[in-house]
Design a protein around this ligand. Structure first.
Ligand SMILES: [Zn+2]
Length: 116
């Protein structure tokens, strides 16, 4: 087990930071044994990359929804634009779902690691 910094984000997610210290098990210089332990926690005031991406996509989605509402008030004039915007929303939904999967997978791995 070797020691690393841990970056903890505002959203509660975290990632490994810099390597800090070898453990007693690892004698060879410059090598780590592969088991990571927390040396020091660094609190990061921002959200993690994935949460930021999700937020960004949700903002984009909300903007599309606003646009559709505006166009719908104009009657049939913007039919094509509305269809295009609907497609964009469907794509954003897929992207958000994928990010959530990625997030769930990462949190699961971290949970498993914390229990061993
Ligand atoms: Zn996060």
């Amino acid at each position: 087990m070797c020691f690393y910094d841990m970056h903890r984000f505002a959203c509660g997610d975290w990632k490994w930071g810099n390597f800090r210290q070898h453990c007693a098990k690892e004698y060879r210089m410059g090598e780590t044994c592969g088991m990571k332990l927390v040396n020091h926690t660094i609190h990061v005031p921002q959200k993690c990359k994935i949460c930021e991406k999700v937020e960004c996509k949700q903002r984009k989605r909300a903007a599309e929804v606003d646009r559709i509402h505006r166009w719908q008030r104009e009657g049939n004039k913007f039919r094509a634009s509305i269809d295009k915007s609907m497609d964009a929303i469907a794509n954003i939904d897929v992207e958000i779902r994928n990010l959530n999967y990625e997030m769930a997978r990462r949190r699961q791995q971290i949970g498993a690691q914390a229990c061993t």
